[in-house]
Design a protein around this ligand. Structure first.
Ligand SMILES: [Ca+2]
Ligand SMILES: [Ca+2]
Ligand SMILES: [Ca+2]
Length: 476
């Protein structure tokens, strides 16, 4: 293209843009501007200029859903830092500032996560609320909603490359209608991960698919500060085709609102595919999504278990945040810890594949004293997975051992004498497994009444690992 052609092209472009966007507002007519809808293209370096001005002008709210946000401690005047300071200043003058960031996806790498946390810490030090989205979904939006009226969205992250180097295309929209739409979208994301699977009943007395209030049920809890409507949300067991829709007809309240710090009980109520497995040797999940099918919906919360007791529930204690334990059912009410000591056993709950027999070495620490005489090993479904030998000892020379007695009671092995594991003390363990035991692929795990870690696992082929914990239970 020659110079004239380029010039002609530019003129044409400006004419086309002018007909689509109103590029030159009249700054003297503020009243009119407030009511006028405007769309302004914001590309490359223009983003900083527009964003900085809009953040400084915010008067009631700044709500952000952003993939990446960086804070550069060594570059105080970097554009990204200026935005973070704008948010803190807005908060200080009474603006409601909330930031939702991408988090929880391992594939994005440790550096990504560390950088996000740096920005979070800096914002929080200035009083700005920051949350990460849930695990299993990538929040890739770059969306800023100011005063429910100014919306800036597009490709621009808040980092050095996006703000100072890259080609980025975004747009600034001033519209009450669009502003309210995206502010609602922000609130939906901000609140939905506050809903937790809080308690569930796998093995009720009577039929599992009985009509409510009998049969299986799942209790949800809202950790947040706003009502969340879970209408159309779906519970699944281990399988995506075992769905249980949440509707007013199968809840304890006759509606689908979960109030702040409130409960909602969802009953199976005759559903013929959703089913909470009672099987003591199995592996089961309770999963909550915001829709159906699962693969096209957002995962909200997931719990797994591999045993149940008749007419007892699995419950988080405390509500919404705690670990699960088997306890007295409290549908629609605060969960309560079991007061029967004999149920407070050391239980890692089940693990996953890959499974290999071998020798586990590691340590245990308990948060209360328990009496132990047997060790149960979670087997992979349909196998004879078990432990052949176990030794527990401490560094002062005390030790106990147990040996496998063959397939008659193959799940369990019995120690030579029953013994106490004392609260707060650290014990070493060696467990040799046979067949297909369930394995927890972590280097450390918090479990009922304590914590277990892996020092080393040597499989039958002599290969060594440092994050294979045996899925076991100690009991009296
Ligand atoms: Ca995520
Ligand atoms: Ca069941
Ligand atoms: Ca409850």
């Amino acid at each position: 293209m020659n110079r004239h052609a380029i010039f002609g092209f530019c003129i044409l472009t400006v004419l086309i843009l002018s007909s689509v966007f109103s590029l030159s507002p009249n700054p003297d007519i503020n009243q009119v501007e407030e009511q006028t809808e405007r769309i302004i293209p914001v590309c490359n370096r223009d983003y900083f200029y527009h964003m900085h001005a809009e953040l400084q002008n915010a008067s009631s709210s700044i709500h952000i859903v952003q993939f990446q946000m960086r804070y550069y401690p060594s570059y105080p005047s970097s554009h990204s830092n200026i935005f973070l300071n704008d948010l803190i200043e807005a908060k200080e003058r009474g603006v409601d500032v909330k930031v939702m960031l991408e988090g929880g996806e391992d594939f994005l790498g440790e550096n990504f996560t560390e950088d996000q946390i740096k920005a979070q810490k800096y914002l929080e030090s200035g009083g700005v609320e920051v949350k990460f989205d849930g695990e299993g979904i990538t929040t890739h939006a770059k969306l800023i909603v100011i005063d429910k009226r100014v919306v800036i969205l597009g490709s621009t992250n808040w980092n050095y490359y996006a703000l100072d180097r890259n080609n980025e295309a975004s747009v600034l929209i001033k519209s009450n209608e669009i502003g309210e739409y995206y502010d609602d979208y922000f609130h939906k994301l901000w609140n939905q991960w506050e809903i937790k699977v809080n308690e569930f009943m796998p093995d009720p007395s009577g039929y599992d698919d009985a009509e409510m209030p009998n049969g299986e049920w799942v209790e949800l809890y809202n950790l947040g500060e706003e009502d969340v409507n879970v209408s159309g949300w779906v519970l699944y067991d281990l399988y995506d085709y075992h769905e249980l829709y949440i509707a007013p007809s199968n809840t304890n309240t006759g509606n689908t609102i979960v109030t702040p710090n409130g409960f909602l009980v969802v009953y199976r109520n005759g559903d013929d595919d959703f089913c909470l497995n009672n099987n003591n040797n199995g592996y089961e999940e309770v999963r909550l999504y915001d829709g159906y099918p699962a693969r096209e919906s957002t995962p909200i919360d997931k719990v797994s278990y591999s045993s149940s007791e008749r007419n007892k529930s699995w419950a988080r204690i405390p509500d919404g945040t705690g670990n699960f334990s088997i306890t007295k059912p409290t549908p629609g009410m605060k969960n309560v810890a079991n007061t029967h000591k004999h149920n407070e056993i050391f239980d890692t709950t089940g693990g996953t594949y890959p499974s290999l027999p071998g020798t586990h070495e590691g340590m245990l620490k308990l948060n209360q004293t328990i009496t132990v005489s047997k060790l149960y090993t979670y087997p992979c479904p349909g196998t004879g997975g078990h432990s052949e030998y176990a030794r527990i000892w401490n560094n002062s020379g005390w030790n106990v051992t147990a040996n496998w007695g063959g397939y008659r009671d193959w799940h369990n092995i019995t120690f030579d004498d029953s013994f106490k594991l004392a609260e707060g003390k650290t014990y070493n363990y060696t467990i040799k497994t046979g067949s297909y035991p369930q394995i927890i692929h972590k280097s450390s795990k918090e479990v009922t009444v304590g914590v277990i870690n892996c020092t080393e696992f040597t499989d039958t082929n002599g290969k060594r690992y440092n994050s294979w914990i045996p899925a076991i239970k100690f009991f009296q």
